[in-house]
Ligand binder design. Structure first.
Ligand SMILES: [Fe+2]
Length: 313
């Protein structure tokens, strides 16, 4: 069937059985690469910023992440709002320097789920034959918190020769490209987020109960607003979002399934090949990510620090 959205015409393929939500369509996407917050003409003078796609992801050169002064941070902050995920090669950060870098963006979170690295508040994600990577689902880090992470900083310690890439998706683009009828339908809706849908399944019942005391199920807006750019962001994800508040279960599940599918559209994505010493800094409010598990049983060891954000609105 043919559908018109804004000034574009595209071909929809109604491939989702009875729900009526057309998941796939061909033709132009509306890809607004820059927020209204960042003037397009403003150049970077301290860092060298090289976009990997027209929309999301840039490699930053000319920066030693051990020595980020105010001028460098100001440009990195602006570049992060513009490109949503920044990549750096050949960085020599140790744990305390990783923490210091993250503190530039705000207060550090302690993760209640992953083992800490050498320094507290660093989550060490060590995968291999005995610990299989489970992060190959599109998600936003810690959306089950009342105040989910604002920024995540991940550095590669040990990576396979090939495989183990990570992908990110721009959730402002995912929202922008929804049909107008769906935008109207989800305006003002909230959805429940909880760790018990995913991480909780791998934990002992008493551990689930203890962490649920800290992180009970929480309702967040289905469409949140970025606190700095003002962009509208689609904010539901596969491992943590369980239901849409106020909708009958079947209807809500179909809508949720359709909305969660949007992160999978390639035009919204960037994919990064890790090397030892690579670092990624991402805006965890504006993006979702997916750690590709194609390297098992090889080792892949990463360390992550997350920065506390605010309650979504
Ligand atoms: Fe993650």
């Amino acid at each position: 069937m043919k559908t018109t959205s804004m000034e574009r015409t595209f071909i929809c393929i109604p491939n989702v059985g009875e729900s009526g939500y057309p998941r796939l369509y061909s033709g132009a996407r509306e890809l607004r690469k820059q927020s209204d917050f960042v003037p397009e003409s403003e150049p970077y003078t301290v860092c060298s910023v090289h976009p990997l796609t027209p929309l999301i992801g840039a490699v930053v050169e000319g920066v030693d992440l051990r020595e980020v002064d105010d001028a460098v941070h100001a440009e990195l902050h602006r570049a992060l709002l513009e490109w949503k995920v920044l990549f750096f090669r050949d960085q020599l950060l140790d744990g305390p320097e990783h923490i210091a870098l993250a503190r530039r963006w705000g207060n550090i979170e302690v993760n209640d789920f992953f083992p800490n690295g050498d320094v507290q508040a660093i989550s060490r994600l060590a995968k291999g034959p005995k610990s299989i990577g489970q992060e190959n689902m599109w998600h936003s880090d810690t959306s089950f918190r009342r105040d989910p992470s604002k920024v995540s900083i991940l550095r590669a310690i040990d990576v396979p020769a090939t495989g183990g890439d990570t992908m990110w998706a721009d959730m402002a683009a995912a929202y922008d490209n929804l049909p107008g009828s769906v935008k109207e339908q989800i305006d003002g809706l909230k959805a429940i987020h909880t760790f018990t849908k995913s991480w909780g399944l791998t934990m002992a019942p008493e551990q689930v109960a203890a962490i649920a005391e800290i992180h009970p199920p929480i309702a967040h807006p289905v469409v949140r607003t970025h606190p700095e750019t003002g962009r509208k962001l689609l904010y539901v994800n596969e491992p943590f979002t369980t239901e849409i508040v106020g909708l009958p279960r079947n209807e809500g599940d179909e809508l949720l399934d359709y909305l969660m599918f949007q992160a999978r559209v390639p035009e919204y994505q960037v994919r990064f090949r890790w090397e030892p010493g690579s670092v990624a800094i991402w805006d965890n409010q504006a993006t979702q990510h997916y750690a590709i598990n194609d390297y098992y049983p090889q080792r892949r060891v990463m360390e992550r620090v997350t920065v506390a954000g605010d309650q979504p609105f």
